[in-house]
Ligand binder design. Structure first.
Ligand code: UDP
Ligand code: MG
Length: 325
């Protein structure tokens, strides 16, 4: 009796959530027609929503669903999508677990196909989705996204797939592997790739949000991309050593030229522009490298605090029945 858990992190999704639940119920009904032993659970994580999302979740749990069980958890504040996904994966009991957005940008209609692949082909432990293109996205955002993937793939051993969504169906053993990475600065695209396992990729056309609006701003995306780089490569730290070696060599050559010139031609006091250039260049470089070290130090600082990734305010699972399945 395979159990499929559908994990959905929600931040202000009061409008999208009912649409999503209905769509999922339909898909579940279709899949159970083919294979009646499949069971579904919908694991909703309310990530500090300021609207009626939690109320909607409770209502969904109370409703009669013929094809799925609804469970939910509510955070004490907004901890971010990454924390929401982690909490949901932890709460999920399924043999197969999928992470999806509430806004219908991850079409539930892909689930039967994804499940089919995992159920019939044991070589794969994960079916992941990627956007076929970036149509409908602001050009500047696409440009920076492309740059980000190009840079991070150059620097990191972990593979980052451009356009990969967080929508994927995983077998239990992969979910456990993902959960074993309890880092505070989470970057799921990297984590999913880092844990390994065979992944089957499906492409689909980008879909517009069903309702509500995105919670990501340009700055939050920029911050997120720095999390990705700092989390999965230490290559920027090597910049200091490489630049240091280069400039030492240059300084040596320069020194020889200056000394020889002074001996041969005497020393007319000039060269203010060159002195200034050297000072400015090295000063700038110093700050840049210090900043990079600072980024890593800051992340290290946060990791050593070992703070919880999220704090639960309320959950649908009564404490005594938490481990029952
Ligand atoms: N989300 C979340 N916490 C946040 C921001 C977003 O749980 O702080 C959820 C959101 O409710 C949605 C999913 O993450 O289910 C994806 O968010 P969104 O649609 O805003 O992002 P986009 O699709 O634009 O990348
Ligand atoms: Mg979305």
């Amino acid at each position: 009796m395979p159990l499929i858990s559908v994990v959905v992190p929600c931040h202000n999704e009061e409008e999208s959530l009912p649409i999503f639940a209905t769509a999922l119920e339909e898909v579940a009904a279709g899949m159970r027609e083919d294979e009646p032993s499949i069971r579904f659970e919908l694991v909703l994580v309310d990530d500090g929503s300021t609207d009626q999302t939690l109320v909607v979740m409770k209502r969904l749990q109370g409703e009669e669903h013929r094809h799925l069980v609804v469970r939910w958890m509510s955070f004490s504040r907004n901890f971010g999508k990454e924390a929401g996904m982690y909490a949901g994966l932890k709460m999920a009991k399924g043999d197969y677990v999928t992470t999806m957005d509430a806004d219908m940008q991850d079409p539930p209609s892909l689930l039967p196909q994804m499940y089919d692949i995992l159920a019939h082909d044991k070589t794969y432990d994960c079916v992941a989705t990627r956007r076929a293109d970036r149509a409908g996205e602001p050009p500047i955002r696409s440009f920076f996204a492309r740059m980000f993937y190009r840079i991070i793939n150059k620097m990191s051993q972990t593979e980052f797939v451009d356009g990969a969504r967080d929508f994927r169906l995983m077998r239990r053993r992969m979910v456990d592997a993902v959960l074993s990475m309890g880092e505070y600065n989470r970057f799921s695209k990297g984590i999913f790739s880092w844990v390994g396992f065979e992944t089957y990729w499906i492409s689909y056309e980008n879909v517009e949000r069903a309702a509500g609006s995105t919670s990501w701003s340009f700055w939050s995306l920029l911050k997120y991309s720095i999390d990705g780089i700092v989390g999965f490569t230490t290559a920027p730290l090597a910049l200091a050593s490489v630049a240091g070696a280069f400039f030492s060599l240059l300084a040596l050559v320069f020194l020889i030229i200056v000394v020889v010139r002074a001996i041969v031609f005497g020393d007319p006091v000039s060269g203010w522009p060159s002195t200034m250039s050297v000072i400015l260049l090295l000063g700038g470089l110093n700050l840049l490298v210090l900043g990079i070290i600072g980024q890593y130090l800051a992340k290290t600082y946060l990791e050593t605090k070992a703070r919880p990734l999220f704090i639960v305010k309320e959950t649908s699972d009564a404490p005594s029945t938490q481990d029952e399945s």
